[in-house]
Design a protein around this ligand. Structure first.
Ligand SMILES: [Ca+2]
Length: 386
C-alpha cells in the first residue's frame, strides 16, 4: 500500500465541467513510485457493446433483483425498472422529497443479501431537513409493483449539494457499507465522531456491528473527501474504493484516488491529498491527475468475459471513460495495471454493474448539468460476450 502508482491520463474530452481548468498532457503514462513503466494491458476481448436502455435521467445506481429485472435510481428522484430488457414507463417509486441539486439527489440502491426471502431494497437520497440538506438510507419491501413498508435505517448524514456521497453496497460479510462526502466541511473528516467524509458499516437494520473498529460507531474508515464507489475483490474481504480528489477551491485539482480500505483506516483528507503521504494515514494505490472523477467501481466476478475476470472497472464522469484495473491475483491489494478502455466513448460514465448474465452494464451521466447529452441520453450500455 505504500507503493503508490501515479497516473497521468490522456486528456479526455474537456470542457464538460466548470471545474475543468487544467490543460492536460498528451499520452498515457503509468508509472510506479520506482519509476518503471507498467505496460498497459489492452482489452482485445471478444465482446460487443450495445445500447440496453435510453431516455433516462442521470442513472446513479443499478442493481438486479433477479436475472430478468434491473432496478435503477435516477438522480432526479425515480426508481425505474427494466424487465426482460424493456424499460417500464411507470417508475417503481417516485420520491417526492428528494433534493436533487448539484451532485445530490436520489443516489444509492442496494439489494438485501436475503432478498429472495425478505424482498428488502435500500436507497440513499438527499432531502431538505429542518436544518438543511441531509442524506438518509431507507429500506423498503419490494412487492414487484411498488416499494412499501418504508423504514429509515440511517438518517442525518451530512450533505450539501456537492460532496454528498452516497454509495451503498452490501459487503461479503453481509454488512451494509455507506460512503459519505465531506459536505463542504472538510476539517470534520478527521474526526471519527461524525459522519462527514467516511465509509460507514452497519447492520441491515441500522444497528452498529459489535466488531466495528470504534465501539458503537458506524465509522469503518475516515478521512475521505467524497468516495462514491466501493467493491470487494472476489472471494476476499479486500475492499476497494474510488474517491473524488480536490476541485481547485479545496486543493490542487486532480488527485482522484483509488484506495484499498482497511478497518479503522485514516485516508488523509484534508491533511494529505495527491502524492502526499503521512505516518498513520493510508495512501491511495492509484492517483489520477488531471481528474477523471471516478464514480462507481466494480469487480467483475463471473468470468463470462474471461479476460475481465476479477478486474476492477471504474466509471469516470469527467474522464468520460471506463478504466479497467488489473490487480495482482496473488496479492489483491496491489495494482498491476490501469487502463482506459479505448472503445468506450459515450461521454460521462457514472455507474457500472455486473448483471446475472455476466454482462457489464454502465450508464452515461450526460444530463447531470456537466455533460453534452446525445439525443437519447442518458443511456445504459451493455458489454456482452460475443
Ligand atoms: Ca486520501
Amino acid at each position: 500500500m505504500n507503493r503508490i502508482i501515479f497516473i497521468t491520463v490522456l486528456s479526455l474530452i474537456a470542457g464538460s465541467s466548470s471545474f475543468c481548468k487544467k490543460t492536460t498532457p498528451p499520452g498515457t503514462n503509468v508509472t510506479t513510485s520506482g519509476g518503471q513503466n507498467v505496460t498497459a494491458e489492452r482489452s482485445n476481448t471478444p465482446y460487443s457493446i450495445e445500447v440496453f436502455a435510453e431516455g433516462l435521467s442521470v442513472p446513479w445506481s443499478i442493481v438486479f433483483t433477479d436475472s430478468a429485472r434491473m432496478l435503477l435510481t435516477e438522480r432526479t428522484g425515480s426508481i425505474r425498472q427494466i424487465v426482460n430488457g424493456t424499460l417500464l414507463e411507470k417508475p417503481l417509486k417516485v420520491f417526492e422529497d428528494v433534493a436533487a441539486e448539484g451532485e445530490a439527489g436520489l443516489m444509492g440502491l442496494a439489494v438485501d443479501p436475503e432478498y429472495v426471502n425478505n424482498r428488502y431494497v435500500y436507497v440513499s437520497y438527499a432531502y431538505e431537513s429542518a436544518v438543511g440538506m441531509k442524506v438518509k438510507v431507507v429500506r423498503f419491501k419490494d412487492t414487484g409493483e411498488m416499494l412499501s413498508e418504508e423504514k429509515v435505517i440511517l438518517d442525518d448524514i451530512p450533505a450539501e449539494s456537492y460532496h454528498a456521497g452516497c454509495r451503498i453496497k452490501f459487503g461479503p460479510d453481509g454488512k451494509l457499507y455507506i460512503t459519505t462526502g465531506d459536505a463542504g466541511e472538510r476539517e470534520l473528516c478527521q474526526d471519527k465522531d461524525n459522519l462527514y467524509g467516511k465509509i460507514l458499516r452497519i447492520n441491515s437494520d441500522g444497528t452498529v456491528p459489535g466488531d466495528n473498529p470504534f465501539p458503537g460507531n458506524p465509522v469503518w474508515s475516515y478521512g475521505h473527501r467524497n468516495p462514491q464507489g466501493i467493491d470487494w475483490y472476489p472471494g476476499t474481504g479486500i475492499m476497494y474504493s474510488t474517491e473524488h480528489g480536490p476541485s481547485g477551491f479545496d486543493g490542487p485539482g486532480g488527485g482522484d484516488e483509488v484506495n484499498v480500505i482497511v478497518k479503522g483506516g485514516n485516508y488523509g483528507w484534508p491533511e494529505v491529498s495527491h502524492e502526499e503521504s503521512r505516518e498513520g494515514m493510508v495512501s491511495p494505490v492509484l492517483v489520477y491527475t488531471p481528474a477523471v472523477a471516478p464514480a462507481d467501481c466494480m469487480f467483475y466476478r463471473s468470468g463470462v468475459i474471461e479476460q475481465f475476470r476479477n478486474n476492477l472497472f471504474i466509471a469516470c464522469l469527467r474522464g468520460n471513460a471506463v478504466i479497467r484495473v488489473v490487480v495482482d491475483e496473488n496479492d489483491p491489494g496491489k495494482v498491476v495495471s490501469a487502463d482506459k478502455m479505448s472503445d468506450i466513448a459515450y461521454g460521462r460514465i457514472r455507474e457500472i454493474a455486473e448483471g446475472p448474465d455476466g454482462s457489464i452494464y454502465f450508464s452515461t451521466s450526460n444530463r447531470d448539468g456537466r455533460g453534452r447529452p446525445a439525443e437519447k441520453d442518458d443511456r445504459i450500455f451493455r458489454i456482452k460476450a460475443k
